[in-house]
Design a protein around this ligand. Sequence first.
Ligand code: HEM
Length: 129
Amino acid sequence: MQFSKKHNTITKENINEMVITFYTKILKEDGEVAKVFRDKLGEDINSEEWQEHIKILTNFWAMIALQDPEYQGNPMRAHFDLPLSREKFGSWLVMFFEVIDTMYERDLGMIFKSRAENIASNFMRNLQL
Ligand code: HEM
């Protein structure tokens, strides 16, 4: 998706747009990362499972970027039983960065990118990858 103008503020609405854009991109890429998501949530982004995931991830990023209080989950726990690898985390980050760079002004994009990178490192360490 192309955005004529990059966002220069972060809102919960544009976070939701970013989350949808990111997972639409993942499902379209059809690589190893897509396979993990397809096996867990199916391939129809309009399904109940995907809509729930998108809502959770919107709340998650809104907690990080806007101190929004709605996210109540445990991000690490969701990943323990998934077939993950360093390579998959690498591809996940590349795709995430691409979406952030298309959607947000540079300084705002850094908030998402640096947190994503940190969290991915923590996940890999905890998963002993
Ligand atoms: C290869 C990389 C990754 C894959 C394949 C992956 C896959 C998944 C899947 C399939 C779920 C849904 C689990 C379920 O519904 O039971 C999930 C949940 C989630 N993921 Fe990831 N993930 C990856 C990396 C990341 C990273 C780097 C972050 C954060 C920056 C992240 C944040 C989350 C969050 C917040 C949830 C929801 C947890 C909850 O239920 O509260 N993931 N992930």
